[in-house]
Write a new protein. Sequence first.
Lengths: 186, 186
Amino acid sequence: MAAETRERILEAARLTVQDRGYGGLSFRELAAEVGIKSASIHYYFPTKGELGGALASRYTADFAAYLDALLEQELDLPTCMARYTDVFGNTLRNANRICLAASLAAELSELPDEVRIEVARFGRMNENWLARALSAGVAAEPEECRRRARAIFAAVTGAQLIARARGDTALYDEVIASYRASGLLP
Amino acid sequence: MAAETRERILEAARLTVQDRGYGGLSFRELAAEVGIKSASIHYYFPTKGELGGALASRYTADFAAYLDALLEQELDLPTCMARYTDVFGNTLRNANRICLAASLAAELSELPDEVRIEVARFGRMNENWLARALSAGVAAEPEECRRRARAIFAAVTGAQLIARARGDTALYDEVIASYRASGLLP
DNA sequence: CCGTGTCTACCTGACGATAGATAGTCATTG
DNA sequence: CAATGACTATCTATCGTCAGGTAGACACGG
């Protein structure tokens, strides 16, 4: 039970931000969900900015761990990409939530610096991973891989956002299929 | 000066939401920008939800008007698409703002119903327009046009979001170029 | 084995700031 | 005169934050 409360706070905070944004996250509501008092959250995270930073940092780390394990399976490129887009698809299907970084990016000017930095880090991490995955599959030049990686990350993020805005999860899969058909997605 | 204040409120509110999200919009700050008192805004928009709804509705209408005028110019398809992506690019270059609907979509669960409805309407409008533009240029079947239209709208939205998150406007143009190179964008 | 000190993991209670909202007032304009 | 458009003043709710307290666990010197 030691550091478990800290985990539960981070988990609950993540789910809230993915659904309602950084502004929709309040210490009191969060505390009620976890089953403690709001002041206790300050014990673990002195300020909201530190909570947001820890949250985003953790998110990137978890995401990266999953993706790296995926790359080690040495799947063929289309399957690997399908797994990648599935991560975002599952988030969407799971109570209509979007990528934490996308949620935060929309409110960028409202964020403390430490959170903003983490949002950018998440983007770079995805870009790096995608570039690696692409270069392993096709013999394209590094710069072309990087450009394509950015495009894929942006496109997948957008698909998630507009599918949710329309309240239709199936739209995500349809858009991803269209990306594949057009040649954007291997 | 009659209905002019109302316009100034809507304009200022739009800029704020595009930068800081719906939650970042407050009556007091907005009033200060316009040069009136917060109570006076309630005269025009009794609740925040009504302000948000009017704002999003106006945004969609203005956007649609511009796009329809674009279509009437009967440009070739690549040029037409370039004009379309330029709209989002200009928004981004203009003080690092994103599409109003994308900003709102990220906070979807925080929005009053009337605003949520308008966000979905904006998406449908873009999809409809893009489908029309595509069908005028290439002899593709209607359903294929629609799917492609959705994909383009999603991809462009995503490009805007991640370019801002990374704090690099040039990233948007690069991603758009990559969409074109991969075949997603005509 | 007892007492003292320190640490963890919370809690109570309150702070000032700010949020959206409203009732009532008043000057200007047609 | 009556409608319009803005005002003052205030309400209640909620926000992040903080000072300070407490119950229990653990270590250690005598």
